[in-house]
Design a protein around this ligand. Sequence first.
Ligand code: GRF
Length: 207
Amino acid sequence: MRFAVLVSGTGTNLQALLDAEANGALAPAEIACVVSNRPSVGALARARAARKPALTVDHKLFPAREPFEDALLGVLAEHAVEAVVLAGFMRILTPRFIDRFADRILNIHPSLLPSFPGVDAQREAFEHGVKLTGATVHFVDAGLDGGAIVLQAAVPVADDDTVESLRAKILEREHEILPRAVALLAAGRIERDGRRVRLKPAPAVLP
Ligand code: GRF
């Protein structure tokens, strides 16, 4: 299954996906292209280093969300993309875009959803004083960080943690669960029934 990875920044989650693909851990998923809504970000350099098409569709060049998404959809069509991963992509997608890839858009979020949706999840969890936070991979629907949950990883908050140390611990777990979820989706092993997601067992390997 051919995935586009949509990015806006540093791209450490993209790097985890690229590394997983290089190690054979992403199959049967394949990274078809990397698209950023911001020019010259680190994620694009990572994509180029891995010899992937590294493209920019700069949202600032479009008067509204729809024409921006039309351009994005055009790029994805050119690369025969079948599914989408949001890896630190900082734009809200419209229902029209989401419907086009229904049940084939995954997002990584740095909290145990539904706690702390939105842009500053690690700080909000830290300041709230939670003892356990983490990372979530979920399907993208029209709500903010609200789609059905595919995988989660928990991160305990230590007494001596800071927002930054917590951010780093969560990021490590993001890098584990995002490639795993992408491989599961491509393998057809994610079964969604409303908000409930079940993972089908891997097919038995003959001795
Ligand atoms: C990650 O924490 C991700 O969960 C959030 O944005 C950050 C992106 O980091 N949505 P990176 O660009 O993958 O390094």
